[in-house]
Design a protein around this ligand. Structure first.
Ligand code: ADP
Ligand code: ADP
Ligand code: MG
Length: 661
């Protein structure tokens, strides 16, 4: 076994590799970009080397710098993770030329599978069923259109160099072919610098079922299948193992084909053979076809680990350090069922727009395997993949594991960025998915019902108001609840664009009556839980740097009310400035006698851990300053008074429009 390895990656996969290294007593060297200097993977590793700028080409894609870092730190081998340089055969050769070990397949094996057209031809030769289609060198549009006709619509145009669902277009009929071809080629040119395409029959009721394989360069075994049919834009969202409805015959046929594929290219290490399955008539051994092979550790490998008990990274290290294949096929078996959900910083209602932000609060439930590269306070930056974590659950049956996934999703707390948590939860509760009726079109068909952002009920809003008022803290069962709280106070806050006005009546330690619009809720803190209207809830109130969050099945994030909104309510000519919410006066910029213009800064109030600038509602002269810096004030407290307006009152009782009539 190696003494020390370098991990040429970042984020959750770098952390995941380090986890296994620690268990095996292997020292680790992290590499990072400038913006990742404080990242979790750097903190976890024994040593770290800065590679340069944030853009991947200035850091994580700098093969020569990575090899130099390995040599300088005495690392014997390089683990590439996934993405970045993991499937770059030139890098693999450079690693070997430097006298280091690449933890993965040979450059030749990667090249053999690197382009989809050549890979399909090779697989067909090895007796692996491939998707019917055209993968010829002639790329003339007229020839391609004729081939599409011969295959029969619908067809799928695929970039031969494609990956991550890019450069792919489904075409329904001949009229759409030329346009789709142009679009696929342009996307492929931009993403891969190669605009060659192949054509495939678009499989009906398609399911994506892939086989985990593992080789030692001569022999290979498979570690059963993963079903990755829950996809959006050809990208995986939730994966599971085993595949729902899998039969022993189908598994044997697919496993044998996958092993044949791996052995045909002398595969060493962990790899995945992806198949497309026509599930229009259930799973049938004559209806699966090779799509591509991913010559690396896959994002979703933990579901296989959960059902086989194998640590695939440990196997990678063992085989790369010269040990034989750790198991024979007959030693491997399946146990229970596992799911993985990919938690992303993305705005689902806005068309799954990738999001960024500092994770002001982050907590995960204990009863799941959480693979993450970030901690509370870390930033999801625009430079890299916006994945926050992978949530992996295991249970004795599919239904128990799926229920567990639902519970785990309900228990995730992420603030500071929008996430796809609610979308994942809606999927986990989807009836068809629960019944195992999956195909790659499920999400597209149901996207309208899966996407809406959940809206907090008045009970959740009432809890948020307590947090905004600073009444959520204190010792167990209210002992430390703020006794100085006013008996009745108004509390404003916002949910998205909506302004919320709450009326909080403190009735005793940890006991409140909160009015939200027409509704009134009795809220008490008992036994460490929030009781609402006489019933205990699992709700949690967390105040953090970006506002107040209520975690109650869903994540509801509230922010401080817009001070301008309140100023507006007080009227533009208001002669005083009041505290829009309870808080601490951080600064006062004016003294009696000062002349101020409308919009001038008068004071700063710190509330909900954010600073709010209070400004003058009109031009005037300060007559009184009622607070000093450091004062704690309640909502609605007058802070600064302006002298009565001296200018003659120009307003009439008529609005200008009325006057014009
Ligand atoms: P997988 O097939 O392993 O589930 P996907 O198909 O979802 O992976 O992703 C497509 C490709 O994009 C994979 O090679 C994945 O490793 C790569 N990728 C994901 N995140 C990043 C990243 N931050 N930088 C570069 N490549 C990435
Ligand atoms: P990538 O390299 O981008 O992962 P793949 O060839 O693996 O490309 O295809 C990505 C996804 O597109 C598959 O998981 C599947 O959902 C869909 N797909 C690919 N080929 C077909 C096909 N012939 N018929 C139907 N769906 C397909
Ligand atoms: Mg693929």
């Amino acid at each position: 076994m190696f003494e020390r390895i370098l991990i040429a990656n970042r984020g959750e996969i770098a952390c995941r590799v380090i986890d296994t290294c620690r268990r095996l007593g292997v020292q680790t060297v992290a590499v990072h970009s400038d913006v990742d200097a404080g990242a979790r993977h750097v903190a976890m590793a024994d040593m770290a080397v800065n590679l340069g700028g944030a853009a991947p080409r200035d850091s994580y894609l700098r093969g020569e710098a990575i090899i130099a870092a390995a040599r300088a730190t005495g690392a014997e081998a390089i683990h590439p993770g996934y993405g970045f340089l993991s499937e770059n055969p030139d890098f693999v050769e450079a690693v070997a030329a430097a006298g280091l070990v690449f933890i993965g397949p040979s450059a030749a094996a990667i090249r053999a599978m690197g382009l989809k057209d050549a890979a399909k031809a090779l697989m067909a030769e090895a007796g692996v069923p491939v998707v019917p289609g055209y993968q010829g060198a002639d790329q003339d549009p007229a020839r391609l259109a004729a081939e599409a006709e011969a295959i029969g619509y619908p067809v799928l145009i695929k970039a031969v160099a494609g990956g991550g669902g890019k450069g792919m277009r489904r075409v329904e009929g001949p009229e759409g072919f030329a346009g789709a071809l142009e679009a696929a080629r342009a996307e492929a040119r931009g993403a891969f610098g190669n605009d060659h395409v192949l054509l495939e029959k678009y499989v009906a009721t398609p399911r994506h079922i892939e086989l985990q394989v593992f080789g030692d360069g001569a022999r290979a075994v498979h570690l059963f299948e993963r079903d990755c049919s829950l996809q959006r834009r050809h990208q995986k969202v939730i994966e599971e193992a085993p595949a729902p409805g899998m039969t022993p015959e189908m598994r044997a046929a697919m496993g044998a084909a996958a092993v044949r594929a791996a052995e045909a290219i002398g595969y060493a290490g962990a790899g995945t053979v992806e198949f497309i399955v026509d599930a229009s008539d259930g799973l049938r051994p004559d209806r699966f076809w090779f799509m591509e092979m991913n010559t690396r550790l896959q994002v979703e490998h933990p579901v296989t680990e959960a059902v086989t008990g194998v640590d695939l990274v440990a196997w990678q290290l063992r085989v790369a350090s010269g040990e034989p294949l750790p198991a024979r096929q007959e030693d491997l078996s399946l146990r229970g069922h596992a799911f993985e959900a990919r938690l992303y910083a993305e705005d689902v209602p806005k068309g799954f727009l990738p999001a960024t932000g500092r994770l002001t609060h982050l907590a995960f439930p204990a009863d799941a395997r959480i693979e993450t590269g970030v901690r509370a306070g870390d930033e999801i930056s625009p430079w890299y993949d916006p994945m926050i974590a992978k949530l992996v659950v295991h249970g004795p049956t599919r239904q128990s594991a799926l229920r567990k996934l639902d519970r785990v999703l309900a228990g995730c707390e992420v603030a500071g960025s929008v996430t796809n948590l609610a979308f994942l939860r809606a999927l986990a509760r989807h009836g068809g998915f629960f019944a195992g009726e999956v195909d790659t079109g499920l999400i597209d068909r149901e996207v309208e019902t899966l996407s809406p952002a959940p809206v907090p009920c008045s009970r959740a809003r009432a809890l948020a108001a307590l947090g905004a008022a600073g009444l959520h803290e204190g010792g167990p069962d209210g002992a430390g609840f703020t006794l100085w709280a006013p008996l009745v106070q108004a509390q404003g806050l916002r949910f998205g664009e909506a302004e919320i006005e709450a009326r909080i009546e403190t009735r005793g330690a940890g006991s409140f009556r909160v009015g939200i619009g027409e509704a009134t809720h009795e809220i008490t803190r008992r036994g460490g839980a929030w009781w609402v209207d006489g019933a205990p809830t699992p709700a949690r109130i967390v105040v953090h740097a970006a506002g107040v969050s209520v975690f109650w099945g869903n994540n509801y994030h509230f922010t401080a009310p817009d001070p301008l909104h309140r100023a507006g309510a007080a009227g533009p000519g208001a002669g005083h400035v009041e505290a829009p919410m309870p808080g601490l006066v951080k600064a006062v910029f004016v003294a009696p006698g000062d002349t101020v213009a409308q919009g001038a800064r008068l004071a700063i109030l710190e509330a909900m851990k954010m600073e709010h600038t209070l400004t003058a509602g009109r031009d005037g002269v300060v007559s009184e300053v009622l607070v000093a810096e450091g004062a704690q004030v309640s909502a609605g407290a007058p802070l600064i008074l302006l002298a009565p307006d001296e200018t003659p009152n120009e307003r009439t009782d008529e609005s200008p429009e009325e006057a014009a009539e």
